[in-house]
Design a protein around this ligand. Structure first.
Ligand code: GLU
Length: 465
């Protein structure tokens, strides 16, 4: 069974690159009917933080990248790592190294002077020297000294490293803690990971890791190193390019469906298709369709996708996400219409859910001032009479629905020999405090019958004085 994992180090928030790795790993597991594991690589205790862990979990949930196992935490697995290190020592596949810092520095300086790549010279590898039990040591892995270590990367193709260029790397520090590359291998082995999908900044770790799999007698997983993401100017992606944490995208008003679709296209393609439903992605996603070259970040495409999903997803789905924004604006949701009704009117009028939430304050909160520009333009002599007449029409109308309201108000405008703007705009100002809102019938329905009437009455008072 295919088993993939996402293994973030919680040293910062989950950003675009990490989220894409998570998505690809998740998609591949789902495509194959396999399993997806979430593992938090928190062994670097100084740089790992709880807020970062929380943000990772929250982001994964928001993107609906559900995991079947975990989250595992490496810091809870120290006993297991120690056990494996003991085993490697016992089997002669690792050894204790007592070399002092000074000695290592000297070796390094000599190698550099000779133009060699600095690496551990193997001094303790076969040493028979006696050491007292309190002498500090690290544990090093006995890397093969000859031959090549090779793998066929699903994205990058065949990759080979000469063992002679790898050194006996440290698997346990002098304080007894295991090192990063070691934990990754033990975890992937223990967790039965079959496919390791990760950023290509890890390519250079892979040969070391493969040698360790061999030493453990463990099956080597398939590797898939995904090329990095660049900014639209071709330089390394950064905040400057709009690449921020996943949760920032939520705050900015993007739908998770838009972000997921966007992330998919950062490296995956299927002909020239741009829009993929979740089901379609799962069906079509394969590792050999991942691009070899770096992808570029493009905010306008993300905006385009967001607009598309705001308009086309079921309104209750968009409404659920909108509710989160409405709450963030501090609105009391019981005071306004259902979010899906707002979506129906505003999906075409706004670019993000944040903007939508900000535009509809009038649906949740009363106001006592009116937009000055709108007032100057529309509240003319006679406008109060229009409001009075409209009040009477609306109050009498048996059906408080948009079509009936629009029709009745058009008839009113005709009977008063006014253009519809001269009726609609003063009403809008009365109902929303501003001169922009959906169609007047729809606006009345969103505001609600009683509240519409009381707002019109308040405006008559305010402007009639
Ligand atoms: N913890 C590593 C990172 O966040 C990923 C390690 C891996 O996927 O093997 O970059």
């Amino acid at each position: 069974m295919v088993k993939t994992r996402f293994a973030p180090s919680p040293t910062g928030f989950l950003h675009v690159g990490g989220a894409r790795t998570a998505l690809f790993s998740w998609l591949y597991a789902r495509h194959c009917g396999g399993q997806f594991v979430l593992r938090i690589e928190d062994t670097d205790r100084e740089r790992s933080t709880q807020p970062a862990i929380d943000a990772i979990l929250e982001s994964m949930q928001w993107l609906e990248l559900t995991w079947d196992e975990g989250p595992y935490y490496q810091t809870k697995r120290f006993d297991r790592y120690r056990e494996v290190i003991e085993q490697l020592l016992r089997e002669g596949k690792a050894y204790k190294c007592y070399c002092s810092k000074e000695r290592l520095e000297k070796v390094r300086a000599l190698q550099m002077a000779k133009g060699e790549i600095p690496r551990y010279d193997g001094h303790c590898r076969d040493s028979q020297e006696e050491h007292s039990p309190d002498e500090p040591y690290v544990v090093r892995f006995k890397n093969p000294t000859e031959g090549v270590v090779a793998f066929d990367d699903m994205v990058k193709g065949h990759i080979e490293f000469q063992n002679a260029q790898l050194d006996d790397w440290i698997i346990q520090r002098s304080d007894g803690t295991p090192t990063y590359n070691f934990c990754v291998v033990v975890d992937d082995y223990d967790m039965g990971i079959t496919h390791v999908i990760r950023g290509d900044d890890h390519v250079n770790n892979t040969p070391k890791q493969i040698n360790l799999y061999h030493a453990l007698g463990a099956p080597v997983p398939v590797f898939c190193h995904v090329a990095m993401i660049l900014g639209d100017d071709g330089t390394k992606l950064s905040k400057r390019h709009g690449a921020v944490s996943v949760m920032q995208y939520r705050e900015d008003g993007y739908l998770p469906e838009a972000l997921v679709n966007y992330l998919l296209r950062l490296g995956f393609s299927h002909g020239d298709q741009e829009i993929f439903s979740r089901e379609e992605m799962i069906e079509l996603f394969t590792l050999d369709a991942i691009s070899r070259s770096a992808s570029s970040f493009n905010t306008s495409k993300l905006d385009w996708l967001n607009a598309y999903y705001m308009k086309t997803l079921p309104r209750d789905v968009v409404g659920r996400e909108l509710a989160w924004h409405l709450e963030r604006e501090g609105y009391d949701l019981t005071k306004g219409p259902g979010p899906e009704l707002i979506v129906a009117q505003y999906a075409e009028r706004t670019h993000t859910l944040k903007e939508m939430a900000q535009k509809v304050r009038y649906l949740f909160e009363d106001f006592d001032s009116y937009d000055e520009k709108g007032v100057r333009k529309w509240m003319k002599e006679g406008s109060v009479d229009v409001l009075k007449a409209a009040y009477a029409v609306i109050e009498k109308l048996p059906d408080f629905n948009a079509a009936a309201l629009d029709k009745a108000l058009e008839e009113l405008a005709a009977s008063m020999e006014l253009g519809m703007g001269k009726v609609g705009q003063p009403l809008r100002i009365a109902l929303t405090g501003t001169a922009t809102s959906p169609g007047i019938g729809d606006t009345l329905v969103l505001v609600g019958r009683e509240r519409s009437l009381s707002r019109i009455a308040a405006a008559i008072d305010h402007f009639g004085a």
